[in-house]
Structure formats: structure tokens, C-alpha cells
Design a binder for this molecule. Structure first.
Ligand code: K1U
Ligand code: ZN
Length: 214
């Protein structure tokens, strides 16, 4: 149900994307106060997304020491890749970079709100839990209910190198936790029982064999 709903939302989100490509955020700071990519010289590029199983999706990612121009470019590329997929989030290991960087935009309607979070950490979690039917761009077409804290307080470094903090709820809370899991080599299927996980993994191995034959 949630999967169908979110796919409908994404058709609408794609409409916004066609009107305002990510590269527009680079020059128009009024569109988003969360990410200013004014120092990016090149256009954002769509990067290939790794499909599970892949050893790079199981790695513990390295913290970022300094926000360099290359890392800003990576953030812009990841946002472009996320909107293109389409998805609500993306973590650097999904594009083969084992650094602690995630991007998100969980706005359902209204102007886009792209975010890039370096070294994100959950500093508080609510006792209340919420269940969401999650998907993953590295596990296409597979969805399953995952229970997580309903609200989380997250600290991160933004594209300007400033420390930020924000409390996330709803889809934002689910998404930020899903993405931080990626930085720790954890996938949403790791919350499922072994049989269901194995079934999904086999489907993904088959998909990868088919894609390799194309
Ligand atoms: O990390 C990823 O693989 C992106 C993933 C993140 C996600 C967070 C929270 C719930 C589900 C998924 C996606 O964006 S999967 C794409 C998707 O179909 C979707 C999921 C929820 C809302 C909108 C789209
Ligand atoms: Zn994912």
C-alpha cells in the first residue's frame, strides 16, 4: 500500500524535477537553504547504483574529514541520481563510495528540499516505533515492513562545513535511519527473517545475471 502510494507521489515529484533540475540548486540558493552547491563547477552526473549483493554495500564507511569540492560534487551527483531513480534518499556506498555521506528529499508535494548530510549521527531516538514499507534503490522492486524509532534527532556536517542538528519524523525519520544504516553496511533486508532475506537476495542475484547478459 505504502509502496503504491509513494510511487504515485514520485510521478508528481518527477514533474517538479523536470521543472527544476538539481543543477538549479547550484545557482539558486532561494530554492533550498539546506544545500548550496555554488562551488560545484561541473554539471551533476547520474552515477550507476550498485545492486545487492555487492561487497561494497556491506562495508563500514569512513567519516569525512573536510568538505572538499570533490565531496560537494559527489553530493550533487548523488542528488541527481536519487531524483532520477526516483528515490527519497541515497547513501554514498550505493554509488560505490565508502564515505559517510547521505542525501535525502522526502517532500511529497511542494518545492523540493534536497539535503546532503556528511557524517550523520543519530543522537536521540524516540521510544515510539513506527512501521514503514521500505524499499531500497540497491534492491529494486522489493518492499518490506521495517519497524524503527518514529522520531530521531540527527547531527551532521552540511556542505558549508557547519554542524547542523534536526529532529526528523514521518518518512524523513525512516529515510534518515535507512540511509545511516547504509553507511554501516546494513540493508533493510537485514531486519527481516533469514528466509525472506534469502529469497530477496536470490531474486537480486538473478536480476544481476539478467542485467549482465543485456
Ligand atoms: O537508500 C535507498 O535505497 C533509497 C530508498 C530510501 C527509502 C527510505 C525510506 C523508505 C523507503 C525507502 C528509496 O528511496 S527507495 C524508493 C522508493 O520507492 C520510495 C520509498 C519511499 C518513498 C518514496 C519512494
Ligand atoms: Zn537503501
Amino acid at each position: 500500500m505504502a509502496g503504491t502510494f509513494t510511487r504515485i507521489i514520485f510521478l508528481a515529484r518527477n514533474f517538479f524535477r523536470i521543472c527544476i533540475p538539481v543543477s538549479a540548486f547550484c545557482i539558486c540558493p532561494t530554492i533550498s537553504c539546506h544545500i548550496r552547491l555554488a562551488f560545484v563547477n561541473h554539471r551533476a552526473m547520474i552515477r550507476p547504483i550498485l545492486i545487492h549483493p555487492d561487497p561494497r554495500l556491506k562495508k563500514l564507511c569512513e567519516p569525512v574529514a573536510e568538505i572538499t569540492a570533490d565531496l560537494r560534487q559527489l553530493a550533487a551527483d548523488m542528488l541527481e541520481t536519487m531524483y532520477d531513480a526516483p528515490g527519497v534518499g541515497l547513501a554514498a556506498p550505493q554509488v560505490g563510495v565508502t564515505k559517510r555521506l547521505i542525501v535525502m528529499d522526502c517532500i511529497k508535494d511542494g518545492p523540493p528540499e534536497p539535503m546532503a548530510l556528511f557524517n550523520p549521527e543519530v543522537i536521540w531516538s524516540s521510544e515510539d516505533l513506527s512501521t514503514y514499507e521500505e524499499g531500497c534503490l540497491s534492491i529494486p522492486e522489493q518492499y518490506a515492513d521495517v519497524k524503527r524509532p518514529a522520531e530521531v534527532q540527527v547531527r551532521w556536517i552540511d556542505v558549508d562545513g557547519k554542524t547542523q542538528e534536526r529532529q526528523f519524523a514521518g518518512l524523513w525519520a525512516t529515510c534518515v535511519q535507512h540511509e545511516i544504516d547504509h553507511l554501516n553496511g546494513k540493508l533493510f533486508i537485514d531486519y527481516l527473517g533469514p528466509l525472506k532475506r534469502q529469497m530477496i537476495t536470490r531474486k537480486m542475484e538473478k536480476l544481476k545475471r539478467e542485467l549482465a547478459r543485456e
